[in-house]
Design a protein around this ligand. Structure first.
Ligand code: TYM
Length: 341
């Protein structure tokens, strides 16, 4: 049995980094799932409370994430494919408390995402932001998930989850929690060289980020092809005037080549062969814009076709399954903790 799980926050519309870094890998696996495997794609709505969100719009934003999952090809009518809202499964917060008592302050303090988010000009440094990786580890454990498709920015949290599971199992001298696979094994399973990191179009030293207020830095899954074209044509590159695959010296150009490879489902080696040595950045940008435009058009047709009724049916089914599964693991944990017999 293999369990696969991932989650994407509804704190702003999802972008192509989220899609290729996480959703696509999971949906691809969903097509070759064996009957004994299980696949979970959920909305971590409790995680989003750590951010400054628009609470009036949040309920619908969460359901819109599910719309994106369904538009991406997740077939929730299959018995072993499940989509749900984290807050509808109370086991998550209980699990977080249990794990918190076995997590070391020093280790959690090293999480780079917390350091970044709590840096200088951020006023909203709440405790939830600090304990967030523990909640995330619990998300993974409750479904005995070994494979967790995430982008580069979440790999440290995934490694932390591995550490917590190993330490917890050692303490109780039995395999209570399923240990997620290492980043290396995850990459092999999802057919990647390394976790994906799509960079910002305006500042290719940073990742493309949902929380960035600079809309030109990212291609949203809901952007029209025209808007996307504008963003790509004005993407920051460099002054070398030579196309090359070089993350260190030409991150902007390399990012465009990476996007082209992902969006056209063409191996990077083939894309590099075609473009290396060419000098006209505009030509590369035009090709990226064309391919992204095609991708967005097709995606948005599917997105618009997902009705509210289908979304509500999917979560109604998913939340029953998720609660049953999560309770099994929570009971295992409560037993070793001596809370129940
Ligand atoms: P979130 O919502 O910030 O991002 C969702 C997924 O998108 C990936 N991602 C990217 N991948 C490549 N390039 C980018 N520029 C890029 N930006 C984002 C993220 O790595 C992620 O996979 N903590 C998680 C949500 C979460 C979760 C979980 C994930 C909560 N519990 C349990 C897996 C398992 C987060 O905030 O991701």
């Amino acid at each position: 049995m293999t369990n696969i799980l991932t989650g994407l926050q509804a704190t702003g519309t999802l972008h192509i980094g989220n899609y290729f870094g996480s959703i696509k890998q999971l949906v691809q696996k969903s097509n070759t799932l064996r009957p004994e495997d299980n696949l979970y794609l959920f909305v971590p709505d409790l995680h989003s409370l750590t951010a400054d969100i628009d609470h009036a719009k949040f309920y619908d934003a969460v359901l819109d994430n599910i719309r994106i999952y369904l538009a991406s090809g997740l077939d929730t009518t299959k018995p072993n494919i499940c989509t749900f809202r984290q807050s509808r499964v109370p086991a998550h917060t209980q699990m977080q408390w249990f794990l918190s008592c076995y997590s070391y302050f020093g280790q959690i303090s090293k999480m780079t995402q917390f350091k970044d988010k709590s840096s200088d000009n951020n006023q909203n440094i709440n405790v939830g932001l600090f304990t967030y990786p523990i909640l995330m580890a619990g998300d993974i454990f409750l479904y005995d998930a070994e494979y967790v498709p995430v982008g580069y920015d979440q790999t440290q949290h995934l490694e932390l989850a591995r550490d917590l599971a190993i330490r917890f199992n050692n303490k109780f001298d039995q395999p209570v929690l399923t240990v997620p696979k290492s980043t290396k094994d995850q990459n092999i399973y999802f057919g990647m060289d390394k976790p994906l990191n799509i960079l910002s179009l305006t500042n290719p030293l940073n990742k493309m980020s949902k929380s960035s207020t600079d809309l030109s830095s990212k291609i949203l899954l809901t952007d029209s092809p025209q808007i996307a074209t504008k963003k790509i044509m004005s993407a920051t590159t460099d002054s070398l005037e030579l196309i090359n695959w070089d993350w260190d010296n030409q991150p902007g150009i390399t990012n465009l080549l990476q996007i082209l490879s992902l969006v056209t489902d063409t191996p990077t080696a083939q894309i590099i062969d075609k473009w290396r040595g060419q000098t006209r950045y505009g030509d590369l940008k035009k090709e990226v814009a064309f391919s992204i435009g095609q991708f967005l058009t097709e995606f948005q047709i599917k997105y618009k076709a997902v009705t509210d009724e289908v979304i509500l049916q999917a979560v109604a089914k998913g939340e029953v399954i998720a609660n049953l599964q999560a309770e099994i693991v929570l009971t295992r944990v409560k037993k070793v903790l001596g809370l129940i017999k």
